[in-house]
Design a protein around this ligand. Structure first.
Ligand code: HEC
Length: 121
């Protein structure tokens, strides 16, 4: 009987340990998200967008010229920041290359702003 209780207790402890590990892992993930959200500044990005991107992409991101993707609808933004940044650096089609014109921080800011356009749908 006593043996049984001990086994039950240690199984319970193992379960608690597992839960604690999960909680730590989740906390780490959220900390990471928080950090990237803080690192990119969409308000700063909006200024860049209004000055340098709006002519072609439109105030709401729906696209102002033929061939420009609709940021409010298309899957264009369903890609990691780092990939979008690479495209912005090298340019694409009618879009000029922004390598050397903006820092990576500025590019990430403007990408963060693009992502808010999608939410405004
Ligand atoms: C001269 C017009 C023009 C300007 C200025 C411009 N774009 Fe574009 N952009 C385009 C066009 C056209 C495309 C579609 C290119 C293609 O797929 O051929 C595009 C595509 C994109 C894409 C999608 C790229 C991909 O890989 O699918 C992003 C993101 C983007 N633009 C962001 C920006 C940002 C941010 C700025 C300002 C810093 C900007 N654009 C300025 C015309 C422009």
């Amino acid at each position: 009987m006593e043996q049984e209780i001990q086994t039950g207790a240690s199984a319970g402890r193992r379960l608690l340990d597992a839960r604690r590990v999960c909680a730590l892992a989740l906390a780490a993930v959220f900390a990471g998200l928080g950090q990237s959200a803080l690192a990119a500044d969409p308000l700063q990005g909006r200024k860049i967008y209004q000055t340098h991107c709006e002519n072609c992409h439109g105030a709401n991101g729906a696209g102002q010229i033929p061939g420009a993707p609709d940021f409010m609808r298309s899957d264009t933004l369903m890609r990691p920041d780092i990939e979008l940044m690479r495209t912005l650096k090298s340019g694409r089609g009618m879009m000029p290359a922004y390598q050397g014109m903006f820092t990576e921080t500025e590019l990430l800011d403007v990408i963060a702003y693009l992502r808010t356009l999608r939410l405004q749908r």
